[in-house]
Ligand binder design. Structure first.
Ligand code: GDP
Length: 294
């Protein structure tokens, strides 16, 4: 992942090699290359422009110390700006209430159900009792998939296969959690192949009825700019708290990771890097910037 972007950025920094200082003239070509590298990696053009303008402003007027070359200085400036672009610092999932409720949203195939299993594992490791809730009333297979995952990770799965009302199911699940001393409830909702009005209304109603302390939007990082657009659509309706980027083990070009925060103004909280239940990491903007710079 990010190989292409890393190579191109490296090449951009090399154009500064051999220069004694950073000046408006010699930085222009580098800035242009950085911008092109970001756009090629599927970073939204406006975001790429804003960030490279900032990089340029930062770079200008900085005295190059004798110990660092202009190329090294530029690398550091880009690292700082990419870290800021992705939110600056890590943001934790909010677990408030008894039980704390986490609502998962996203398109079908985004990796939502897999993430539900991973998140349950992650929270269980903190010695909290978890209840997984299968709230997909359209695909019976989705309920089975969550049950298999629940069994695999040793977490109980609540479902009502005959009930077609997700609001009722989630409310009943929360009541069940209270009675059975489960401290965290993770609700896996229905996903569709595209954003549609009925689905949006349904998940909006679920959110309104259960008032979760955390609403997460799960998105496939391989879908590039589409990931950012879908995030925007979901956020406009759901006002979610955080993003989960999945399939970062694939050959995603990086655009989603880099643009989502700037476009949607919500933090990425987790990254999913494989099909195994352990393949989940919290999102650290600085570590991701480091990875991008290779
Ligand atoms: P849902 O429809 O959103 O619930 O998506 P699923 O959880 O069923 O995932 C869809 C497919 O993507 C499945 O084959 C998963 O095994 C796979 N998947 C989910 N997360 C990841 C990930 O981080 N990396 C990879 N490589 N595959 C993943």
């Amino acid at each position: 992942m990010f190989d292409n972007l890393s190579t191109k950025l490296d090449k951009a920094f090399k154009t500064l090699k051999g220069q004694g200082s950073i000046t408006e003239i010699n930085v222009a070509a580098t800035i242009k290359e950085i911008r092109r590298a970001l756009v090629d990696a599927d970073v939204n053009y406006k975001v790429a422009k804003e960030v490279t303008d900032k990089i340029k402003d930062e770079a200008m007027g900085r005295d190059v110390l004798t110990t660092v070359s202009p190329g090294q200085l530029m690398t550091k400036i880009v690292y700082d700006e990419l870290t800021q672009l992705m939110g600056g610092t890590k943001e934790d999932v909010v677990l408030k209430g008894d039980p704390a409720v986490i609502l998962l949203s996203g398109l079908q195939g985004s990796g939502k159900t897999t993430f539900a299993g991973k998140l349950a594992t992650f929270i269980k490791k903190q010695n909290r009792t978890v209840l997984l809730v299968a709230c997909d009333v359209y695909r019976p297979a989705a309920i089975d998939q969550l049950k298999v995952l629940g069994e695999q990770v040793g977490v109980e799965v609540y479902s009502e296969p005959e009930n077609k009302n997700p609001v009722e199911i989630s409310q009943n699940a929360i009541a069940y959690a209270k009675k059975n001393n489960k401290k965290v409830v993770i609700i896996d909702t229905a996903g569709r192949l595209a954003v549609d009005e009925q689905m949006m209304r349904e998940i909006e109603q679920v959110k309104l009825a259960i008032n979760p302390s955390e609403t997460l939007f799960v998105v496939d990082s391989m879908t590039g700019q589409d990931a950012v657009n879908t995030a925007k659509t979901f956020n406009d309706r759901l006002n979610f708290n955080g993003v989960v980027l999945t399939k970062l083990d694939g050959d995603a070009r990086g655009g989603a990771a880099l643009s989502i925060r700037a476009v949607v103004e919500k933090p990425i909280k987790f990254i999913s890097t494989g099909e195994k239940m352990e393949a989940l990491d919290m999102f650290y903007p600085d570590r991701m910037a480091q990875r991008i710079l290779g």
